[in-house]
Design a protein around this ligand. Sequence first.
Ligand code: 13P
Length: 325
Amino acid sequence: MTVDIKNKRDLKYKEALKTKIEKLKRKRNAVIIVHNYQRDEIQEIADISGDSLALSQAAVRTDADVIVFCGVQFMAESASILNPDKKVLLPVLEAGCPLADMITPEKLRAKKREHPGAAVVCYVNSSAEVKAESDIACTSSNAVSIVKSLEEKDVIFVPDKNLGRYVQSQAPEKNIILWEGFCPTHIRVQEEDIIKAKGLHENAEVIAHPECNPEVLALSDHICSTGGMFTYVKESRSKEFIIATESGMLYKLQKENPDKKFYLPTPHLVCANMKLITLGWVAHGLEKMVYEIKVSDDIRDKAKKALDKMLAITGEKKGAAIAGY
Ligand code: 13P
């Protein structure tokens, strides 16, 4: 079979799946919420797409009966914690987050015993059980303001050490106690990759996610969440950008800024978990109403407090980082 025939067949297959998803969505009164790292085909069917904060806010606002969460486990779990009366579906149950798995509630309890007066801030990339052990949650877009808002000087920040270090650099008045966790995708970008990319694209600005290594952040012109990248690119006069985060970001950056150019510093910026979700699995999830993400009541109540506190501090930034289709 020639490549052309195969491409045409794939395209037809994808269009058929999109039609099926659209029908099922109406039947179930469902909303499709999509993280910026998802495959292009999934971003194409999004009702709402954005960064972790925007998606948590969207999950609170929706009046749909069913939320199909195209992201990873902790994201669907947060949506379920915030919406106990709605059905939250994760199309592929195995779509986990290795960073979230780098901490357990038992280990966090031991750390709390070592630092009895410290506040605990958990990055949303953590399990419901870890959130339940934390005073407040944060995302990459509000981590600095959340930490600054706390009365305590000592703050246990879990589980991402790079984000924690970045927060420390922006909040020198705090004493951040770091956790040894990291995102296996973001740490793949090395200092040399940025230097090489800058050499190839001299006029490009470097935008990095705070989960990148400190050496990469030091070479960046701007550090922000995935949602923050859209605002920055739109407002920048530059025409070229080196994007140090997961490859899925390029889809919407290019779509919203057709006159600008985007480069990845390394082709290895791919999160295998995010890419597990495909149109076929979304259709399957809506058809069979699987896989429902639920959190037990006792854990949910405690974890919800940490998320609610974060949302109360962050407030409703109207339209921020949310792209409705
Ligand atoms: P954002 O909140 O910036 O979208 O980051 C999510 C994430 O999981 C990064 O690895």
